[in-house]
Design a protein around this ligand. Structure first.
Ligand code: ZN
Ligand code: ZN
Length: 130
C-alpha cells in the first residue's frame, strides 16, 4: 500500500471532522476505505503529518490525543464532562496580540497557539441536574 495513499485518505477523513477526533475515531473511518490498515499505521501517519504541519495535534488536556485539520493557530474549548473539543470564534489579531505590537511581530512567525478554555458545552450544561 502506498504511503501517500494512506495519508490522502487520513487527511480526507480528518477534513470531514470538525470535532477534533482521536486517532481511534479516525482509524474507524479510514478502515472503511483501507480495510488492511492498522491502528498503529494510522497513528504513525498522524504523528508524521502533524510534524510536517499538514495537520495539527492538539496540546489540550485529557488523556487522548486529538487531531485538527485546521492548522492555523486558534483557541479551543474543551468540555470537562463529555470531552468535546470545539473551536472558539476569535479575532486573529486580538487573540495573538494586545495593543500595538507590530514591532514585536516583525520578523517573527507564530506557528502554534495553545489556548484552551474548559467548562461545560451547551449540551452538558443543559443536561446537568440543578
Ligand atoms: Zn459536554
Ligand atoms: Zn480546532
Amino acid at each position: 500500500m502506498r504511503k501517500t495513499k494512506q495519508r490522502e485518505v487520513i487527511l480526507r477523513v480528518l477534513g470531514t471532522h470538525m470535532d477534533h477526533p482521536s486517532a481511534d475515531i479516525i482509524y474507524e473511518e479510514v478502515r472503511k476505505h483501507l480495510p488492511k490498515i492498522s491502528l498503529g499505521t494510522v497513528y504513525r501517519n498522524l504523528e508524521l503529518m502533524s510534524e510536517a504541519g499538514s495537520i495539527m495535534k492538539l496540546e489540550t488536556g485529557g488523556s487522548v490525543k486529538r487531531f485538527d485539520p485546521v492548522v492555523s493557530p486558534h483557541p479551543h474549548f474543551r468540555c470537562i464532562k463529555c470531552g468535546a473539543i470545539e473551536d472558539v470564534p476569535y479575532d486573529e489579531k486580538n487573540v495573538l496580540f494586545s495593543g500595538n505590537t507590530d514591532n514585536w511581530a516583525h520578523g517573527r512567525v507564530i506557528q502554534k497557539l495553545n489556548i484552551e478554555y474548559t467548562g461545560l458545552c451547551a449540551n452538558c450544561n443543559g443536561n446537568s441536574p440543578s
